[in-house]
Design a protein around this ligand. Structure first.
Ligand code: NAD
Length: 351
C-alpha cells in the first residue's frame, strides 16, 4: 500500500514511520509542517530508504494535499499531524483550532476528493485513519471505571476539545459521505524521542541534571501509560484490519499517578547512574495545578485486543527502563532542544 502519514516527524508519527518502513512492505510518504515539535533526527534510520519520502507541508493546504494524494497514488492516509501539548493549548489555543480542527477538515476533504476518483476496487480498500486521544472522553473518578468506545465525549482542555471536534468531523465524513474512516483513541504515550516538554522526558533530563522535578498539584492525577512502539503496532492493525466507521481504544492498562511515574524515573536513574548527592526523589517539587486538570484516564482496549488481536508488549517497568536508557545513550538528540538551540525555543520549567 502507498501510505500518507501526516505529522510523521513528531513523537508518535516518527515511531509509526520507522515501524512501517522496517516491518512492512508499504511505501510511506510523510507530510509534516516541521513545527517546534518535529525533530528530523528521529527519522535518521529511514532517511534515503527507497520506500520512504519526506514532504514538508501543512495539512491546512488542501491543494497540496490533493496533488500529493494523486501523485503518490495513496491507498491509506494515517493522520497524526496535530498540536499536541495541553499546556501550550491553554497558553495559546489558536494553533490548536487551526491545525487540529481546520487541518483535519482540509485533510478529510482532500481525501474525499481523491477517494471519489478511485476505481471501485481501490475505493473499497481506501482508508483514512484518524489518530486521536483518550482525552476526548474527559476524566474519570479514582475508581475502576475505564473509557470504552461508547463513553460520551466531554473534553476539558482546548487541546482535547480540538481533538474531539476533529473526531466528530472524521466520524461524520464516514456517516455522511461514506468515506472509509477508522478512528483510534489512545492513552498517554511515552518512549524514546519524546519532546522534552512532556512529563516523562522532562523528568528524565531534569533528574539527570540535578534540577527540580516539577509535579502538578500533589501528583495524584492518574494516566494510563503506553509505550510508543506498542501504539505504532496498534495503528498498523487498525488501518489494515479495522472496520470503516469504527473506533478503537488503545491503552496498555498501566495506570500510574504522576508522582509514581516521577518516582519510578528517579529510581531507575539512581540505579543506572547514581548521583553523588543521593537519591533523586529529593528533587521532586510540587507546583500549582494545571487549570482544568483531568483527574484520571484509563482505557478499556478489549475491542482492539479481541477483534484485531493486539496486545501491548511492554509493561510500564520494562518501557520506562528502555526509555531512560535511550535518553542516557542519545544526548545528541536532546541536547540542542534542552539548550534552546533548537528552533530558538527555550523550554519553561514545566511547559
Ligand atoms: P507531536 O507534537 O510530537 O508531533 C506532531 C507532529 O505534527 C509534528 O511533527 C508537527 O511538525 C506536525 N504538525 C503540526 N501541525 C502541522 C500541520 N498543520 N501540518 C502538518 N504537520 C503538522 O505529537 P505526538 O505526541 O506524536 O502525537 C501525534 C498524534 O497522536 C496527535 O494527533 C495526538 O493528538 C495523538 N495522540 C498523542 C498521544 C500522546 O501521548 N502523545 C496520545 C494519544 C494520541
Amino acid at each position: 500500500m502507498n501510505i500518507l502519514v501526516t505529522g510523521g516527524v513528531g513523537f508518535i508519527g516518527s515511531a509509526l514511520v520507522r515501524h512501517l518502513v522496517a516491518n512492512t512492505q508499504h511505501r510511506v510518504v510523510n507530510l509534516d509542517k516541521l513545527t517546534y515539535a518535529a525533530n528530523p533526527a528521529s527519522l535518521a534510520t529511514v532517511e534515503g530508504h527507497p520506500r520512504y519520502r519526506f514532504v514538508e507541508g501543512d495539512i491546512c493546504e488542501r491543494a497540496q494535499l490533493i496533488s500529493l494524494l494523486a501523485e503518490e497514488d495513496v491507498d491509506w492516509v494515517m493522520h497524526l499531524a496535530a498540536e499536541s501539548h495541553v499546556d501550550r493549548s491553554i497558553d495559546g489555543p489558536g494553533d490548536f483550532v487551526r491545525t487540529n480542527i481546520n487541518g483535519t477538515f482540509e485533510l478529510l476533504e482532500a481525501a474525499r476528493a481523491h477517494w471519489s476518483r478511485l476505481p471501485a476496487a481501490r475505493a473499497a480498500t481506501f482508508r483514512v485513519h484518524h489518530v486521536s486521544t483518550d482525552e476526548v472522553y474527559g476524566d474519570l473518578p479514582l475508581d475502576g471505571s475505564r473509557f470504552t468506545e461508547e463513553t460520551p465525549y466531554a473534553p476539558s482542555s482546548p487541546y482535547s476539545a480540538s481533538k474531539a471536534a476533529s473526531d466528530h468531523l472524521a466520524r461524520a465524513w464516514h456517516r455522511t459521505y461514506g468515506l472509509p474512516v477508522v478512528v483510534s483513541n489512545c492513552s498517554n504515550n511515552y518512549g524514546p524521542r519524546h519532546f522534552p516538554e512532556k512529563l516523562i522526558p522532562l523528568t528524565i533530563l531534569n533528574a539527570l541534571h540535578g534540577e527540580p522535578l516539577p509535579v502538578y498539584g500533589r501528583g495524584e492525577n492518574v494516566r494510563d501509560w503506553l509505550y510508543v512502539d506498542d501504539h505504532a503496532r496498534a495503528l498498523e492493525l487498525v488501518v489494515s484490519r479495522g472496520e470503516p466507521g469504527r473506533t478503537y481504544n488503545v491503552g496498555g492498562g498501566n495506570e500510574r499517578t504522576n508522582l509514581a511515574v516521577v518516582e519510578a524515573i528517579c529510581d531507575v536513574l539512581d540505579r543506572l547512574v547514581p548521583s553523588p548527592d543521593g537519591p533523586r526523589r529529593r528533587l521532586i517539587t510540587f507546583v500549582s495545578d494545571r487549570p482544568g486538570h483531568d483527574l484520571r484516564y484509563a482505557i478499556d482496549a478489549s475491542r482492539l485486543e479481541t477483534e484485531l488481536g493486539w496486545l501491548a508488549r511492554e509493561t510500564f517497568e520494562t518501557g520506562i527502563e528502555k526509555t531512560v536508557r535511550w535518553y542516557l545513550d542519545n544526548e545528541a538528540w536532546w541536547r540542542p532542544i534542552r539548550e534552546g538551540r533548537y528552533r530558538g525555543e527555550r523550554l519553561g520549567q514545566l511547559t
